[in-house]
Design a protein around this ligand. Structure first.
Ligand code: TYD
Ligand code: MG
Length: 452
């Protein structure tokens, strides 16, 4: 009998070793190297199970390559299309990652049910009945969508050969296994092999494949990092499970920009596209409350008005608490230090809590000024005018720094009926005759004058 071939893989980064060792040389993680059984009786090939090659590629001069053939598949989901850069590219592999329960299966099933193409939805996680129940909540009528519960790639390819779908969705890559590899589903070598087989299938038949991928505790897609290199597009579905908003972003996109962002709202009947996020993310209150400020941020190419709430109170215990939800805590400490040093506010003995409403996380530096304004407003217990908004970065010396694409932010604020927007004096603005007042400021002290 042939000897069982084994090899060692780092479960964190996918580096291969001939023998076990305690620390991975590549990613420096400890105790991540595990033994996996390898066996390849013959070269794996999706065509051994299926033999439908719709397209055979041959070398072409760049001028002869027909781009019109690469027309994208419209998913009829505006947010999804936008994040992908205008639809699914034929023959592409897309990986959708996200925390458990965030709605990955719901999103892809919903898209599958809407697609006007013949779609095969392969699930290794749920039974056909479970999927049907979910589908009934979303959109029960669709004759183009086929559901298959199967985890062996060779069987999947057999079904694909019989059905010839226009698009294949796999939920999830971690549940698949190939006969050519002995180790268990979800192991590095299985994930690599199954992805390779799917890539071959996708490229040879020009059928797009969308994969769902689990993520690890630290938010990376489970499996080797190389998985992300292998696929064409990596999407991340994120949000706070206790809130209704979900954000779809592209981390990698070979066919478009990674700046775009899709916003959904989780409802009882599936995910609803949110086309006017600003109006939803800010609560238009009649009463003016202290500690609230609105930031004109930019997520990708889309302007987004976001409400920042701060609570400043005298510390009860010796060490004051600082906590931030949806905002970088280190950045909050920095802004507090700037306020203390440059504007003379004694915040050292105060608890400061900061919250970005809607359960979203913002890393646009233009939110700084709104954070400062919210903190000052809560500290003085004076409400800001609720038609003020802010878009500027705050520097270490208390200077108000310009932000990118300020005109787009101003236009959005104007559209939503804000009366005044505070921006840096150093921004170049060529907008004329705006209904909104553009307040130019250069130092943090100036803000203080307007607010308190
Ligand atoms: P799911 O798509 O199963 O998450 P994932 O595949 O990322 O693990 O989403 C599950 C959650 O979404 C579940 O907690 C219930 C909720 N949900 C709704 O609120 N409305 C719906 O219409 C559906 C189908 C699910
Ligand atoms: Mg799922």
């Amino acid at each position: 009998m042939a000897k069982v071939k084994t090899t060692f893989f780092c479960q964190n980064c996918g580096t291969q070793y001939a023998k076990w060792q305690g620390q991975c040389n590549a990613c420096k993680e400890w105790n991540t190297i595990a033994e996996e059984v390898l066996q390849k009786p013959e070269k794996s090939d999706w065509k051994t199970a299926a033999s439908t090659t719709k397209r055979v590629s041959k070398p072409l001069q760049i001028k002869d390559i027909d781009v019109s053939e690469e027309a994208r598949l419209d998913t009829l989901d505006n947010e999804f299309n936008r994040v992908l850069g205008g639809g699914i590219v034929p023959g592409s592999l897309t990986l959708l990652g996200g925390e458990p329960g965030i709605g990955k299966s719901t999103l892809l099933l919903q898209i599958a049910l809407k697609l006007p193409y013949k779609t095969l939805y392969v699930s290794g996680e749920e039974s056909q009945k479970q999927i049907k129940m979910r589908a009934e909540r979303i959109n029960p009528e669709n004759n183009n969508c086929y559901i298959l519960t199967e985890t062996k790639t060779q069987n999947i390819f057999k079904q694909i050969a019989a059905l010839e779908p226009d698009i294949v969705i796999v939920d999830s890559i971690q549940t698949l296994h190939s006969d050519y590899i002995e180790s268990s589903s979800g192991s590095i070598s299985q994930i690599k092999e199954c992805t390779t087989e799917l890539i071959k299938f996708a490229k040879e038949t020009a059928t797009p494949v969308v994969l769902i991928g689990h993520i690890t505790k630290d938010g990376n897609i489970a499996g080797p990092k190389i998985l992300e290199h292998m696929v064409d597009t990596v999407l991340q579905f994120e949000g706070d499970r206790n809130h209704v908003f979900r954000i779809l972003r592209a981390h990698k996109n070979r066919f478009g920009s990674t700046n775009e962002l899709g916003i959904y709202e989780m409802q009882g009947s599936g995910l609803r596209e949110v086309s006017n996020p600003s109006e939803i993310l800010i609560s238009k209150k009649d009463e003016e409350l202290s500690g609230n400020a609105i930031a004109a941020t930019l997520e990708g190419m889309r302007p987004l008005m976001i409400e920042v709430q701060a609570l400043v109170s005298t510390a009860v215990y010796g060490t004051p608490q600082r906590s931030a939800t949806g905002f970088n805590a280190k950045r909050l400490n920095m802004l507090l230090a700037v306020l203390e040093k440059r504007a003379g506010f004694r915040l050292g003995a105060k608890d400061v809590f900061l919250n970005i409403t809607g359960g979203i996380t913002v890393d646009d530096p233009a939110i700084d000024l709104a954070v400062v304004a919210a903190i000052l407003s809560s500290n003085e217990d004076e409400a800001l005018q609720n038609d003020f908004c802010f878009a500027a970065e705050v520097g270490l010396s208390g200077e108000i720094r310009p932000v990118q694409r300020v005109e787009q932010r101003i236009t959005e604020a104007e559209k939503l009926g804000f009366s005044t927007i505070f921006v840096s004096k150093y921004n170049k603005i060529s907008l004329k005759n705006t209904a909104i007042k553009i307040q130019l400021i250069s130092k943090i002290e100036d803000v203080v004058d307007y607010i308190v």
